[in-house]
Design a protein around this ligand. Sequence first.
Ligand code: MSP
Length: 743
Amino acid sequence: MADPSLIPNRYYLTTPIYYVNARPHLGHAYSTIVCDAIARHKRAQGIDTWFLTGTDEHGQKIERSAKLAGCTPQEFATKIAGEFRGLWDRLGLAYDDFIRTTEERHKRGVQHLFATLRDKGFIYKGYYTGQYCVSDEAWVEVPAGAPCPDCGRITETVSEENYFFKLSAFERKLLEFYEANPEFMGPESTRREVISFVRSGLKDLSVSRTSFSWGIPVPGDEKHVVYVWLDALANYITALGYGSDDPADKARFEKFWPADLHLIGKEISRFHCVYWPAFLMAAGIPVPRSVRANGWLLFDQGKMSKSRGNIVRAETVHTVLGSDALRYFLLREIPFGQDGNFSFDALVQRYNGDLANGYGNLVSRVVNMVHKYFDRVAPDAGEATPAEAALRTSSEAAIVAFCATFDELNFSEALKSLWALVAETDGYLTANAPWKKPTDRSDADHAKLQARVLATAAEAIRIITALVYPILPDAAAKVWRQLGQGEIADASKQAFLTKLAWGGLMAGTKFGEPAPLFPRAEKDAIDRMQNLEDENSRSAVEAAGGQEEIAAPVSAPAASSVAATSATTTAGARANAAVAPTTAAPIDPERPVETAHVHQVPAPLASSRLNSTPVAASAGAPLIPAEPAPATSESQQITIDDFVKVDLRVAQILVAERVPKADKLLRLEVDLGYEKRQILAGIAQYYEPEKLVGRKIVIVANLAPRKMRGLESNGMLLAASLEGGAPVLAGFLEDVPLGARLK
Ligand code: MSP
């Protein structure tokens, strides 16, 4: 245990604030749970801790999502922010503050920061034309029409009068800062990436937008809204009271800033390690002490995310196994900083192995025996033999090892070492078998052995429980009561970790009632979790009137979500996703594009969820039934013979015009090289017809002709669907001949 006088007395940590265009899933829960565990650990060390989380509610994609949902951005944001907060509360996450970027306190702080940067000469006005990734809310340096290098979605060419932040002035300062503060960012891979990004040269950064209005107005020039990342990053200071004149806010800001830890997903390192410190340096505000990136939670071989459609909800695991099980799994299974796979199988295995059969079983054996043999009163251990001395030494070493590795955020190692103590205590109990009296042992000797062994094992359990409390808060609270120690939350307030030492369990302490901690998960646990996910997807679809996004498989790591409204078959839609380099999908001209946006309907069987690509279906679409996936994983796959039935071809748009009295339809004439034909596409709300002429696209060429508004459509376009549902036509970076087949 570190010398308490050397431990700083306050600690401020934050999660990223989550976009409200997606419902919370396990990926979001992961970062928040990690922060919650750290916050609990710090509090138990007597450190005055402030744990902030919240939601990121401005920007074009939220504006678009709200439009699709038929409500105002504010209503939309309030609904999803409520879902995040509600889930964090149900999971028992003990944050101190939850900030929403639409709150007045945040708006005031952001405007203050913007004005400060402008007054200090770090923000100026200019013009910018470039490629903008709407999904990432970031400018990217790629040619017009090319995909975003980070998320793979097609970028948009945007030209705007903008305010610029003089990021270029911070290149050297940032490199010097990284050099002088090697602890500032981690893990090492993040540090290397960030340094090489800065070394490659920093350009000034556009920090306002005029192309949409859902944001915080630039003070004094209200046709601009503040760039969402400047807006979002500022949450870390506005939540403390930055920009407020209220003395209580000022005091909180003074007390907790700079942050000790910004915990983030690795994909947003550049924003936190480059832009954020630069903004702060420019404003004359101290920079945070550290930024640490967690790796990605993967599911079905891809980063768990809404746009990939491969999500699992924390709620599901919480309902079936409890939130402690989820916390333990995430922290034990995934070495912090690395990517890790989530699967229901692995979760249940860990749960049964480490929690039900491991810690839970050990506690239950010892507490029950103290009840049975000592009328629930902790016995006096008496004189230690070498066996007790060994367990004591191991326990003392575990305290040091656990705290050291936990403080390095190496949770997986910390738990591994602690579970070695669980196993050792279990082995000690078994070796001494206090429940078995050999015939040659006197009653008095046996009673002594029972007292010694049970008191010693109970003391080891007390130490394990105190250490594991930040990770298993519910279970630890129960065990603490069973050991007669009272409320662990109260003990934590008394900084019990700083005093944790062998010998704290006093003889004569009255134990509480034994109660099950982790009932063994039976085989049906996986099916139950699976069914909950399926039910949730179905009810989300129904609640959205059949317009909720539904399953779409994703083939490539950089793939976008796939709008699978193929008029052929589910297999056809899947084939499209598998072949098109930008994972495109057909746009069905008969349906408004809004209803064509799809996301994942999880396959009903555990086996299929764990091993195969989820099924694609389309909600409310006339062409693909909104039924759950077929029941077996085999039936969700297609053979190459199925795939080749779909004739995907490169075509060029020769003519594009609106169809009179049809808001959503465009009439296109396309050239396939070997023939020209007419196609009707439901993209009129998203594409200006004149801008489409000359573009090379991908079409499903062998779709049976259909009539709409008296016009015949011969084929279907492929497009990726952005998170809000807007289509992005599939295209090519290289020159491709007309009529070329995609296979
Ligand atoms: N709003 C921005 C962050 C602004 S912070 C000033 C954003 N939001 S997000 O909703 O996309 O959430 C991002 C964070 O959620 C990630 O940085 C990460 O912490 C967490 N995760 C979301 N999906 C995740 C996984 N699949 N795996 C691990 N963490 C994940 O980016």
